[in-house]
Design a protein around this ligand. Structure first.
Ligand code: FAD
Length: 469
């Protein structure tokens, strides 16, 4: 009997739990539903839509190598998923629908509606834990509650992780020919195609992802712990876009680490254990979506911060978006985001804190701007990161610890190299001045005046948070 595998944010044939389980039961047919209107309503922009589209093209080739046809439907909205899938299943005489779980609220509601519709139609549905090691709800505190703080979560993760959870799922063998043809995948509409993502910058697919992982581990892995904080160095894996679309799995990452680390994930000094820690951050924020689903509807994790009196200055917000705040590191970072669809983690923290504290602008506006540009845009990590920076979230930075953007610049871009790359008007200044040009240097180079003085912005934020009582 035919098994239908519905691909979503798991665009790979290697180590794919649903695909692997389905192939053990019978011949497989794959399906992908493009839901671009829905994804746009979730804030994704052309960078991410292009990356997904190219990823589906790559998946089609990978599936065809296994003799698996890929069906494709443009349905715009999740609401059309149940009927579309049931029709396909009935048309092809499918016995079971298989898919890997996703955790944001809209995706869960969609999947429940699909399961209900299949039940009505009398067709079985199997869903699987795949994107993370532990199904949310299975890694809880001593009081059976969801963790609200990362460090104990990470400790529990390490204590409970075992070989079967991290074992790579079997890749199906090439199946003998099946009498169903793959669909043509239509070109992406012009408005959704981004030139930022085209070319060599973000090659889509599991092969490109595997290459990136190997290169990272060979060339940067040992120095990760030290280099990861310096945006000029490219010391991180740049795998986030691949992890968030499932072109590579966390298991593949963990196995590759263990392969180079005597079979261990955590150890004393090797840089790789701190890299594994980042993968656990990713998992932590997925669990938060289930434990505290109010974060999925634009509400802060800490509900008392809902009363915060955010400023609504479009002028300041635009200066931040355009990389014209007058703080060189903030501006370099924002220009990197717009030009490449990606931003270094240290800078995501610096820019998010600058918007939510120095400018006291609602973190949700920044979250949306990031989402619109990020090729790795991931609801859980983006929301978690923004709420951390704005002191409204889990583990939040205490509201009074506000990064000084100039000090951050001196510390994490000591040679002003990153600034020179992205704010070229400052490249000819002596290194020291690149962090904080004088008024005269600003006039001469045409570089922006500071949108707010650090101390003034800081005090204003402290007052606003104190007013919460
Ligand atoms: P590496 O340092 O190589 O880390 C490996 C992987 O671990 C990453 O690819 C990512 O999947 C995961 N990871 C690393 N740091 C974090 C973290 N702090 N939280 C959750 N997962 C993490 N990450 C996204 O994938 N999508 C987002 O939309 C996103 N938005 C963010 C917004 C803000 C305000 C902040 C502070 C962080 C955000 N992050 C997001 C987390 C992090 O900045 C990126 O994952 C990281 O910069 C990606 O680069 P990398 O792949 O080289 O990371």
């Amino acid at each position: 009997p035919i098994q239908l595998v519905w691909f979503r944010n798991d665009l790979r044939t290697l180590d794919n739990t649903a695909l692997s389980a389905a192939a053990r039961k019978g011949p497989v047919v794959a399906v992908f539903l493009a839901c671009r209107r829905q994804w746009r309503s979730h804030g994704h922009g052309a960078n991410k839509l292009t990356f997904i589209h190219d990823g589906v093209m790559a998946l089609k080739t990978e599936l065809e190598q296994l003799g698996i046809p890929l069906l494709y439907r443009d349905i715009d909205d999740f609401s059309k998923a149940p009927d579309t899938l049931v029709e396909l299943a009935q048309h092809h005489g499918v016995a079971t629908l298989h898919f890997n779980r996703e955790y944001p609220l809209d995706e869960r509601l969609r999947d429940e509606a699909v399961a209900d519709r299949f039940q009505e139609a009398g067709i079985a549905v199997h869903d699987y834990t795949d994107a993370i090691a532990f199904e949310p709800g299975t890694l809880l505190t001593g009081q059976e509650a969801y963790y609200k703080v990362f460090t104990p979560f990470s400790k529990a993760w390490h204590q409970n992780i075992d070989a079967p959870r991290l074992a790579l799922r079997e890749t199906p063998e090439r199946q003998s020919s099946i009498d169903i043809a793959s669909d043509e995948i239509p070109d992406l509409p012009k408005k959704d195609r981004s030139s930022v993502v085209e070319g060599d910058a973000w090659p889509a697919g599991q092969e490109a992802a595997a290459d990136r992982l190997e290169r990272f581990l060979d060339e940067r892995g040992a120095r990760y712990k030290v280099d990861r904080d310096f945006p000029a160095l490219a010391g991180t894996s740049e795998l986030s876009a691949y992890l968030s679309t499932g072109m590579i799995s966390h298991r593949q990452c963990c196995q590759a680490v263990m392969g180079r680390n005597g079979g261990h994930l955590a150890d004393g000094d090797a840089g790789l254990s701190s890299w594994v820690n980042e993968l656990i951050w990713r998992e932590f924020y997925q669990h938060i979506l289930i434990g505290f689903p109010h974060v999925c509807v634009h509400r802060p994790f800490q509900l008392d911060t809902e009363r915060l009196a955010w400023r609504s200055s479009d002028k300041d917000f635009d200066a931040w978006c355009e990389g014209k705040t007058g703080y060189p590191l903030v501006d370099a970072a924002m220009r990197q985001l717009v030009a490449t669809g990606w931003m270094h983690n240290r800078l995501r923290m610096v820019t998010a804190m600058f918007l939510s504290k120095h400018l006291l602008i609602d973190w949700r506006r920044g979250e949306a701007f990031f989402m619109n540009h990020l090729v790795d845009g991931d609801f859980a990590s983006n929301n978690g990161g923004w709420q951390w920076a704005a002191s409204t979230g889990t583990d939040a930075a205490p509201y009074f610890r506000i990064f000084n953007p100039t000090t951050q610049s001196q510390r994490f871009d000591p040679d002003g190299e990153f600034i020179a790359r992205w704010v070229p008007e400052l490249a000819d200044l002596p290194v020291k001045s690149r962090h904080q040009p004088s008024d005269e240097q600003r006039r001469e180079t045409g570089y922006a005046k500071t949108v707010v003085d650090h101390k003034v912005g800081r005090e204003r934020a402290l007052e606003a948070f104190k007013a919460l009582g």
